[in-house]
Design a protein around this ligand. Structure first.
Ligand SMILES: [Zn+2]
Length: 146
């Protein structure tokens, strides 16, 4: 099963009140539910084209499962540390999926990216889109709280 991994280093937020810290901690107790609710609560027109699956064994923020018929966006625990990281990870993995679909449909640019022996070419491509999307999103809808 083909997949792409990405390493990140992010630090947890600080809290003004105990209640805020407790609410934040809930996401680690019910991670699958948190990821689904987070995605459902997003504003704008972004839609994810594959099921979102929290994966407790995933050491990276996210991973795209690109095999036809079992496509998925996997989310690792580290992506839950910050909502901005979760957002960026979801967009990043979604872009992997869209890119591979375009390549399968014969798009030359997409094909060139996904077949490049240097895996960083695809990583850079989708990560740049994800970073740009996060900036746009926070500019339009405000910064993520955590
Ligand atoms: Zn990636």
């Amino acid at each position: 099963m083909a997949k792409v991994l990405r390493d990140v280093e992010i630090s947890p937020p600080t809290f003004d009140t105990l209640e805020e810290a407790l609410v934040y901690a809930e996401r680690f107790r019910q991670p699958q539910m948190y990821v689904e609710q987070f995605a459902a609560s997003l504003k704008g027109r972004l839609r994810f084209s594959a099921p979102l699956r929290f994966d407790m064994w995933l050491s990276a923020s996210g991973s795209a499962v690109i095999s036809p018929g079992c496509e998925a966006i996997k989310i690792g625990e580290v992506a839950l540390v910050r909502d901005s990281e979760l957002f960026k990870t979801l967009v990043h993995e979604e872009m992997h999926l869209r890119l591979i679909r375009k390549a399968r449909n014969g798009n030359p640019k997409a094909l060139e990216i996904v077949t490049n022996p240097d895996l960083l070419v695809e990583e850079d491509f989708v990560e740049k889109i994800a970073i740009r999307y996060l900036r746009m999103y926070e500019t339009v809808f405000g910064q993520f709280r955590h």
